[in-house]
Design a protein around this ligand. Sequence first.
Ligand SMILES: NC(=O)c1ccc[n+]([C@@H]2O[C@H](COP(=O)([O-])OP(=O)(O)OC[C@H]3O[C@@H](n4cnc5c(N)ncnc54)[C@H](OP(=O)(O)O)[C@@H]3O)[C@@H](O)[C@H]2O)c1
Length: 354
Amino acid sequence: MSPKILITGAAGGGSLVADFLAGDSTVVQKDQIIAAVRTKEQAKALSNIGINVLQVDLNDETAVIECVLQHEINLVIHNATSIDPMPALYLIKALGKRRDVTKGETYFVHTSGMSAFYESAGWNHGEVKDTDLVFDLEKQATGAFPVRKTNMAVVEHAKALSVNSFIVAPPLVYGRGTGAWNKLSTQLPSCISAGISQKIVHRFAGSATAKGVHISDLVAFYRLLLEGILQKQSLPSGELGYYFPLAHDLNWGEALAHVAVALNARGLVTDSKARIWASDEVAAQALHIPLTFLHILYNSSSKSIAENKYKLGWEPKWNKERFLQSMDDEVQAVIEANGARSSLLDSVYNSVAR
Ligand SMILES: NC(=O)c1ccc[n+]([C@@H]2O[C@H](COP(=O)([O-])OP(=O)(O)OC[C@H]3O[C@@H](n4cnc5c(N)ncnc54)[C@H](OP(=O)(O)O)[C@@H]3O)[C@@H](O)[C@H]2O)c1
């Protein structure tokens, strides 16, 4: 029997669900997929496009365990939150119970974030490859950055319950998603929205270079990983199972210069050049982000190197030039969506409050 696969956060990162629905995988059939969403409205929107949907609050331990056992789920792709560890821990606990019942393998793919490896977030090991002993390095890193804390909790909990774990740490995600609900990511849309409401695009002084990936390439990465798992390929997992889906460098100054030109051409800002933020406080308010996360999300360089992508055969179709040239479409997507909205920001605020 084909194993059932639960994808959480399916209303946000719904592009993955849409990909399987479109039949882009020869290994994963659409009937195997169950999309987990939080609200009734999201469930309705997704079931309208012909996917199996479950409405579940991932912070409800009993509901999560019931959902995994009742629907005979052997593999979870967890896209809902990289910051709050509890949903991941409940899902892993449920997969452990499922393993006890079937005596078969279970798998947990955790969506983390590249921010775990930024100096600004307490990463004190400099350059890191996903083939390094990342888990051990995370344990030695300074500070208790929540994304790293969640990674470590996932790996440890999964190991204790004999669940195979994989940590996928995407960089900044851009582009229009193909999901049935939220089609936009967070960081770039927030900069575009702030530019439109202030009639000026702003950036930070200096020149941080992060990494980026187009949503379609990221979806292809997950598809390859999932296919590899189902085909029992020998893929690193557990303490060695870190994956960096990095497509290209993304220089913040360069990207925001293109945003300014695109918005100015539409008459939405008064200057075709980006100006420097007056202060961090002003920037945090305009981007709707707690001050402690401001530079992590909007002004950090990445020294990470992706090696495990070669094991999957991943070849991204988007590069830096294509990204910069597509800026007007990024702007159009934000205008069509009427601004940027993501529960990522809610969980960032919640983590500051905890
Ligand atoms: N976007 C990026 O550039 C980026 C980069 C690196 C890593 N990531 C990571 O990728 C993951 C997905 O990001 P995203 O941009 O797709 O976020 P998103 O648009 O906010 O999607 C997350 C989804 O998860 C749902 N969710 C959150 N908590 C839940 C709970 N307790 N129970 C049920 N559903 C819950 C949200 O529901 P609601 O719609 O009801 O809020 C939302 O639909 C996150 O872990 C994020 O940290 C994102």
